[in-house]
Design a binder for this molecule. Structure first.
Ligand SMILES: [Zn+2]
Length: 141
């Protein structure tokens, strides 16, 4: 029996700079150079005209912090390579956008709405580096 391998992220051209950043353990979001609004995924700024084409948008390093906005605990894997249980969460980033990810370094039953979290970069043999989130370590244990 072969061991299932993790699926690779679906990297499209519009978000390739994000994944290039992740490979260097940087968390990049798109930011409007006109009004400083942050975006994920890649988008045009919704607050004004965007000229030239994407010309006012840049990838910039974000804090990698946020809080759990919503989550669910998967007790059956969405993919045979995923070990259950695991948490899929929507993080409300400090910069504003929502980011879908896994919560790690925390028992699934201990995840809470509003819990402060921070990014952690995990390397997997099949996929390379992936961005995941863990409880924000505000105190030494
Ligand atoms: Zn803007």
């Amino acid at each position: 029996m072969s061991v299932p391998t993790r699926p690779k992220p679906n990297i499209t051209e519009s978000i390739r700079p994000f994944w290039d950043g992740v490979a260097e353990k940087k968390f990049l979001l798109m930011r409007c150079q006109t009004c400083s609004a942050w975006y994920w995924p890649a988008a045009y700024c919704r607050f004004h005209e965007n000229k030239p084409f994407y010309g006012n948008m840049r990838w910039e390093e974000a804090s990698g912090r946020g809080m759990v906005f919503a989550f669910n605990i998967h007790r059956r894997p969405m993919h045979p390579a995923f070990e259950v249980p695991y948490v899929y969460a929507l993080i409300e980033l400090d910069e504003g956008p929502m980011f879908g990810t896994n919560i790690v370094d925390c028992a699934p039953d201990d995840v809470r709405i509003g819990m402060p979290v921070e990014i952690t970069f995990r390397e997997f043999e099949e996929t390379g580096v992936l961005p995941q989130f863990r409880p924000f370590a505000c105190e030494a244990v």
